[in-house]
Design a protein around this ligand. Structure first.
Ligand code: GLC
Length: 641
């Protein structure tokens, strides 16, 4: 059952396309402050709180405070409160009941999940203008009830985005591939190595001076020709698109946006100016349907060049500085010259520059024209990435049809899942981030984001070969399978590591699993179900599974339990029922071991990957190919559980 309540004067986020009628009567399950300033409930000892999409910490969100306010946060620490996305759906569940809570609020919302009081969930929107949805299930079995609540919620928010098949192949990315030659070298090296490859990503380096919808003609002299040559080799080029449009006279995207009033305004009604990669930029007003259509149509220049995949970035939107704030800071800093600074003065000096980026005051000075209604950006901040991606997604549906264009975004809000997927942003080469990348998946799936993944091997800092191996192995079932790295970090294309054959075997195994991954992904999408789920969504009457944070169900037939710690050659695994362990060394070299329900220590060397098949279920296995277009989806063997 779904109940809907209104508080104050909510902005229509369009997260829910067909809204049910507003319920009359008091809100059940939650204590509500009359003015909507807080919603709270007592958590019993056995309550687990799942959800909140892409956030830090474990699958069970209890014990921390999270703030939905989309932020370009480069440190994903245990204590980080906000990341790039706001996916305000929670599932509070124990053996007796499951309650889904969706706080549809485009501005800041705080979720205090046992932080202030360990047994209390308290939700506080910064402004009490929002819609609240409560979802329950009549199913008696706790696992069925959990699945049912998510299913009803997902039906409410609409079908998830469907990517093309090549989106499930291996992708190589790096901030720093500057030219055709760089890209060709990557393609050649993978070909020589015998590792399948479906995509090479183009980071900001492909553009002319970081200008969206341009290509540097010196480094890519015949871009359409190059795109087509790569496609003939089965490789799709996937360029990045940033939120900001460079302010430059004569640059037609800027000129057109300015002339037609398509940019976000400041409080005086002038185009709001901020600085990001190219220096000064304006942001497309993606809350206006006219501007959204216009922005979407800009992708044509790349679609026409043969491109069929994009990643949308910096769309929180991220701001390095605004010219006014920068100039003021420079003046302030000058005032410190020659002074003897005590600790407080020194801190103030440091903050002059430290507070320039993503400054909340700047978001308060941005205004949208939401089809005739003037809205302060800060109140609808979390909708920017959603609507930038929606602009592209709506255009691709019209121009190319469904399932044709790969599209994913860094920032998001529920509703964006209908137009594209997400990647989890600038993680690090930390083992804890490998574990986090798995823990984020079920919460993203609940919120509709089935197509997602992390930067394998870690984005920031130098990676290590063992981390890279474990990450590729832990992500074998993850829809987005991309190796991406930050500028200046250790090069981590797989052919650069000594154990080449181990990497080759892993990526080939990924391709052998694609028939299963794709079929299960489609099923989850068509049925409004989860592709990755916590074990408690299948084994409801087993209290042990509520505690499990590092094992996942991947589709309906298998469980994964990857090694996510350094220097470990195995791990403990809990089996909630009898299962068959498949220990893969390659797609054709594997052992199967029947294991009984209960605890097991399983070894797993760096060149191995473990998959657990549920009793009575079957894992189909294909034969790898150079890319997904060459996969023979009909040629499958079956491993029985
Ligand atoms: C942002 C993105 C990252 C990208 C970089 C340069 O940090 O999150 O993936 O490589 O910008 O475009």
């Amino acid at each position: 059952m779904i109940l809907r309540y209104l508080f104050g004067h909510p902005f229509d986020t369009e997260a829910v396309p067909n809204k049910p009628a507003v319920s009359d009567g008091p809100v059940p399950y939650l204590s509500v402050e009359k003015d909507g300033s807080s919603l709270s409930m007592t958590l019993s000892d056995d309550d687990v709180v799942y959800g909140l999409g892409e956030t830090v910490r474990g699958m069970n969100k209890r014990g921390w405070i999270y703030v939905s306010y989309n932020t370009d946060e480069f440190l994903h620490m245990e204590t980080t409160k906000s990341l790039y996305a706001s996916q305000n759906f929670l599932l509070v569940t124990n053996g007796l009941r499951s309650l889904g809570i969706f706080v549809d609020c485009p501005g800041e919302v705080t979720f205090d999940i046992g932080y202030t009081k360990m047994d209390r969930l308290c939700i506080r929107p910064a402004k009490p203008d929002f819609e609240l949805y409560l979802v329950t299930s009549a199913k008696m079995d706790p696992a069925a009830a959990r699945r049912d609540v998510v299913h009803h919620f997902r039906r409410l928010i609409g079908k998830s985005y469907l990517p093309p098949l090549f989106a499930f192949g291996y992708g190589q990315s790096r901030w720093g591939y500057k030219s055709e030659d760089d890209v060709e070298e990557v393609a050649d090296s993978y070909e020589r190595m015998g590792v399948p490859l479906d995509a090479i990503y183009l980071d900001i380096d492909y553009m002319d001076h970081f200008k969206d919808f341009t290509v540097n003609e010196e480094t890519f002299p015949d871009f359409p020709g190059f795109v087509s040559r790569m496609k003939d080799r089965g490789i799709h080029l996937v360029p990045i698109i940033d939120a900001g449009i460079r302010k430059e006279e004569g640059y037609c995207v800027y000129e057109e946006g300015k002339k037609n009033g398509y940019f976000v305004k400041d409080k005086d009604g002038k185009d709001f100016t901020a600085a990001v990669w190219p220096g000064e930029v304006c942001f497309p007003d993606v809350l206006s349907s006219r501007a959204r259509q216009w922005f979407g149509s800009q992708y044509d220049v790349l679609l026409d060049a043969g491109i069929d995949g994009f990643w949308n970035d910096m769309n929180e939107p991220s701001i390095f500085y605004t010219p006014e704030r920068l100039n003021q800071a420079i003046r302030n800093v000058a005032g410190y010259e020659g002074k003897d600074l005590d600790v407080n003065a020194f801190m103030r000096l440091r903050d002059e520059m430290g507070t320039l980026s993503n400054n909340r005051e700047d978001y308060r000075n941005m205004f949208h024209d939401a089809d005739g209604t003037k809205v302060c950006h800060d109140d609808v901040h979390n909708l920017f990435g959603f609507n930038m991606t929606r602009a592209a997604g709506e255009h691709f549906l019209k121009a190319c049809g469904e399932g044709k264009v790969l599209l994913f975004s860094r920032s998001s809000y529920i509703g964006m899942h209908r137009y594209g997927g997400v990647w989890t942003g600038d993680n690090r080469t930390w083992w804890s981030h490998l574990k986090l990348s798995l823990q984020q998946q079920p919460a993203l799936n609940m919120a509709g984001f089935l197509y997602s993944g992390s930067d394998m091997g870690g984005f920031m800092d130098d990676t290590t070969e063992d981390l890279m191996l474990r990450w590729l192995s832990a992500s074998l079932f993850t829809p987005l399978y991309r190796n991406h790295a930050a500028l200046g970090t250790r090069q981590k294309e797989l052919y650069r590591f000594p154990h080449r054959s181990w990497f080759e075997n892993l990526v080939q195994l990924r391709y052998a699993l694609i028939p299963y991954i794709y079929a299960q992904f489609r099923k989850a999408r068509d049925d409004d179900a989860m592709y990755f789920a916590p074990l408690s969504f299948f084994y409801g009457n087993d209290e042990r599974v509520m505690q499990i944070e590092d094992q996942l169900m991947a589709g309906e037939d298998v469980m994964i339990a990857p090694v996510v710690e350094q220097n470990k050659t195995g791990r403990m695994v809990y089996l909630p029922e009898d299962m068959t362990l498949v220990r893969f060394r390659s797609f054709e070299d594997y052992d199967t071991v029947p294991l009984a329900k209960g605890d097991h220590y399983v070894s797993c060397a760096l060149n191995e990957a473990l998959v657990f098949i549920r009793k009575g279920h079957v894992l189909p296995l294909g034969v790898p190919a150079a890319n997904t277009a060459e996969l023979d989806l009909g040629n499958l063997t079956q491993i029985r559980g």
